[in-house]
Design a protein around this ligand. Sequence first.
Ligand SMILES: Nc1nc2c(ncn2[C@@H]2O[C@H](COP(=O)(O)OP(=O)(O)OP(=O)(O)O)[C@@H](O)[C@H]2O)c(=O)[nH]1
Ligand SMILES: [Mg+2]
Length: 359
Amino acid sequence: MRQDTTIARPWVIVVGGFLGSGKTTLLLAAARELESRGMRSALIMNDQGDLLVDTEYAALHGLEHGEVTGGCFCCKFSELVDVMGQLREHSPNVIFAEPVGSCTDISATTLRPLLEYSESYRLAPFTVLVDPERARELLRDDADPSLSFLFRNQLQEADLVCFTKADIMPEYPAIDVRQVRQVSSKTGQGVAAWLDELMSGSLSAGGEILTIDYEKYARAEAALAWLNLEVVVEPEQALSGAAILGPLLDKLDADFTEVGIKIVHLKAIIHSHEGYLKAAICANGQRPIVDGALGASPASRHHLLLNLRALGAATHVRAIVEEKVCKIGGSLTGLRVSCFHPVPPKLERRIPGIQNLGV
Ligand SMILES: Nc1nc2c(ncn2[C@@H]2O[C@H](COP(=O)(O)OP(=O)(O)OP(=O)(O)O)[C@@H](O)[C@H]2O)c(=O)[nH]1
Ligand SMILES: [Mg+2]
């Protein structure tokens, strides 16, 4: 019953939150939960660049997906609507959309404009995910001012804040927002209840609109170096994905720490005919969280994607990454690297105030 009506008018569930807060992981867990209910999902990824680890990860999980690249949803709103339309060909009951993790003002620039499409889509409340450890770090008085600015604004505009990673961080700090929930995408704790609440209509969508200084916002985002890289690796002797990725991440972590560049999210996915391995760290010195075929057999050809968001100069970040990737050894082909500081957002739409609130 629910399935038929939601295919005719699918839910759009926008899930924001700071870099590394667990957006992609939760959306994949939510898609699995919906699948167990006989419902189909599609996923839209968003980034300032292309070559996205998250898109490859979603594809490897067999999810229908689309991308809005080269700018955040606020700057590419029409493209977001186009991609939503394309994904409807797969008759999803739910379309998830993951904005860039450094973005804020999403409620005014994406949620509110999406409410104008209420004949075609049902818009769920805007969930902002929060990693408890990151919250403790960025709410401190001595936190990095750029990251803290982005994080605090993201919290302010949430219809619903959801602490993530409850399996490893059951305690979370007190924050000044009305609606707070907690989930673990690894154990599934809270995921079904969160989805039920979003689709119950009990909370409004786009209800919290920021007053935000766009110059300050642009400066805060530009403090980040944004690197996306792709390469095909053919080692001299067949190697497992773990034997390539493990040392690469360790060396990058060590180099960045040595020169004082703060890693905000470093994630990579390596893929061969033996399977894939994803590994990520959300801070210098963190033990990588891995997912996929850790014990995969050696292979002679691997496709590697690496995405890094760090606090430092893009030229410096790029030089370190290129040097370490070149040292993987063997043959490296098809190397593509883009590394930049995000440019100031150029909004397509912004709907402030309280008009247009609807279902
Ligand atoms: N233990 C645990 N780890 C999690 C959970 N959710 C996410 N993670 C890990 O946290 C890291 C970041 O998760 P992502 O889902 O990539 O975060 P994101 O918000 O999509 O990151 P960006 O797209 O870079 O902004 C990954 O290594 C995940 O495996 C969770 O519920 N429990
Ligand atoms: Mg993600």
